[in-house]
Write a protein that binds this ligand. Structure first.
Ligand code: ZN
Length: 146
């Protein structure tokens, strides 16, 4: 495994819509492993592939309850609302309050292509929504109010 370089704001890849993964092969497994290692190294709670310069719909999250790997994640349900501080490895040093759903349910695939459903509240919901935004070229700074 290897730690990859996280691209920061100003890099156009952060504004692109990422591409759906169709091949569930060794390359995908390697990408996910490297993303997980990179997330740990940078002390993040989530990382999306575009953040390491790969325009694919792949996300890793660990809010302290273990590693979650999501390929082609799709938001299927949200509930409630939370307002709290957020940051991003691609926007170093900036933190701001962002409004998000309090609960989120996501359908995705694992590294072998099997369907998985992940749901979470509070920080987990925030991480899911933040990382899926990355796959659509959206950054948390776009959501700062006022
Ligand atoms: Zn981010």
């Amino acid at each position: 495994m290897s730690v990859l370089k996280v691209v920061t704001i100003g890099d156009p890849i952060l504004r692109e819509k990422a591409i759906t993964v169709k091949n569930f092969n060794d390359n995908l497994s390697r990408l996910i492993d490297n993303m997980a290692e990179t997330m740990v190294e940078y002390e993040g709670v989530g990382l999306a592939a575009p953040q390491i310069g790969i325009p694919k719909r792949v996300v890793v999250i660990d809010v302290g309850d273990g590693l979650i790997e999501l390929v082609n994640p799709e938001l299927v349900e949200t509930k409630g609302e939370q307002f709290g501080q957020e940051g991003c490895l691609s926007v170093p040093g900036e933190y701001a309050d962002v409004r998000r759903a309090q609960y989120a349910k996501v359908k995705a695939q694992d590294r072998s292509g099997k369907e998985v459903v992940v749901e979470g509240e509070n920080l987990m919901a925030r991480a899911l929504l933040h990382e899926i935004d990355h796959l659509n070229g959206i950054l948390f700074i776009d959501k700062i109010e006022g």
